[in-house]
Design a protein. Sequence first.
Length: 514
Amino acid sequence: MKKHSPLKIAFGAIFFMSICFCLYNFEAIGTSLKLSRTKHIESLDFNTTLTTTTNLSSKKPAVASKTGKQPAPTIDPKDLDVEQIEADFPMGYKNPRSWFLPLPAPDEKQLLQVLTTEQRELLPSLGSQAQLSKKKLEKINSFYGINREGGWQDHLEILDDDGLAPLTKWAQKYVYDHQHPTSCEGKKFYILEEKARWYGLGAAVRVIFRELELAISVGRILVLDPKNPPGGNLVGKDCGKYRGRNASIECLLEDITSCAAYATPENSVREISLGTVIPGGNKFVPPLPAVALTTYMKETGLAVTGAFLRYWWHAQMYAYVFRPNRQTLARMVEMRTNKTLHTAVDTGVRDEDGNGKTHSVPFPLPPSTLSIHIRHGDKAIEGRLISTRDYIVAAERFVLRNPISYRKRAFVTTEDPSVIKDIKKTTGINPVGTAYSNPSWYCPFQNLRMSENRTDAMIMHIMQLWMAVECDAFVGNRNSNWNKLIDSIRCTLMDKCRAPYLDAGYSADWLHFP
Ligand SMILES: *[C@@H]1O[C@H](CO)[C@@H](O)[C@H](O)[C@H]1NC(C)=O
Ligand SMILES: *[C@@H]1O[C@H](CO)[C@@H](O)[C@H](O)[C@H]1NC(C)=O
Ligand SMILES: *[C@@H]1O[C@H](CO)[C@@H](O)[C@H](O)[C@H]1NC(C)=O
Ligand SMILES: *[C@@H]1O[C@H](CO)[C@@H](O)[C@H](O)[C@H]1NC(C)=O
Ligand SMILES: *[C@@H]1O[C@H](CO)[C@@H](O)[C@H](O)[C@H]1NC(C)=O
């Protein structure tokens, strides 16, 4: 374990996540968690003070107002979070100008009456434009392996370079070709055995690619030890059986090399010391990719920092290692398209217990859905824990600032079941998020009971990450392997790298994490 800091151990312990696809509607925010949407809209007359109540954090000042008859609450700015002060209308603020009053939503029924038949006939085709474009749909299908002929290399070809991390197609081919040479004869190998059985999937992938980058640096092909392969503990014992192998991470993911059968004690090592790293480079990035990115950046007129080089390269490495194989993709599609596994919650319409109304979840997720990955659990020992509230505030601020393209609709994943409970009861936090968007968050979620079958449970986990990448904006805290994975995969195996990523946490907590 010399090469990995003790922090890594905790880093690996991601297990299962609950998912919540919130169709968060932002509009007005109820004064009570139990307020139904209808009631809520009724209360939206011009003299109503919009207020919010949320139980997510004790930091929140208590605010309440039901009707316009009550005076606006007085709030001491000291009690507000930065986000709330920054919000364009701090709670209780009233702009006296008449144009500042909330506008009523259009009354479709009344308006339809004034349209001609011809005009009404236009509507269905206009409505259908809310769907994902054909091109985007094809990419998402291919991302899941649906209707895809070739492998991951073929998938990459259909992606737009613009939306990918720099040099992704080249970098992926470079690593792939290193691990899949035209001939395996005469090659040298580095055999990696399982060293940390307690690691979760994200950390296991990370451990493998840290060794892979070393192997590439010294010109060896990385092979997983067939007797004690990494990731065997993550999956069922029978997982490798279908191809006559021991259980390993390779029963979920593509084989890391096509040359495994050529590794012998004579042409292999089982340890590579960090001391072998080339002077001038850094210990993470092999020489060619390091110079390749430097050259690319020079063309943009900007310099490469060591941290950026490493982050970029690690995104490439996550992508190379984390390619689900055919069997896994097929099972992921089964799960993704199984309607009974997914439910969406409209947090604006509540039942007696304060839970939102449920809906079905489409495949793919509708355009402009946000992915929110909330990492709690053991993260506290590695960096500051970010509250659920902070993630939602980050998302709401973004939606409020991008009113044309984004709405309060989110796909929330977390390993902390209490987060999902909170989310289902949260219509919104920022009282003014309501001006442009829907009133409350709308979230799809899966009631994923941990499967008895470890392999299946792990595949479900991967499917959740794929669903996150179906989204068009990302909220997370990169002080977590799984968030880094989401960030990497969206930039490499999908072309969503220019989609916004909102970090709800502190950059200092992840910036220099190796
Ligand atoms: C709002 O309150 C003011 C003063 O109480 C009243 O004059 C006005 O008619 C009210 N507006 C609405 C839309 O109820
Ligand atoms: C939410 O907050 C209200 C008022 O502070 C409190 O009465 C209620 O018990 C809280 N609910 C939960 C689920 O914490
Ligand atoms: C699986 O592991 C066992 C024990 O480590 C080993 O004896 C066996 O050869 C391995 N099977 C294969 C197919 O490599
Ligand atoms: C969908 O999932 C449910 C719950 O796991 C399962 O019982 C059902 O067989 C699945 N349906 C299909 C078509 O796979
Ligand atoms: C566990 O799930 C995997 C993947 O869906 C499947 O191939 C395997 O047959 C299952 N194993 C058992 C014992 O049900």
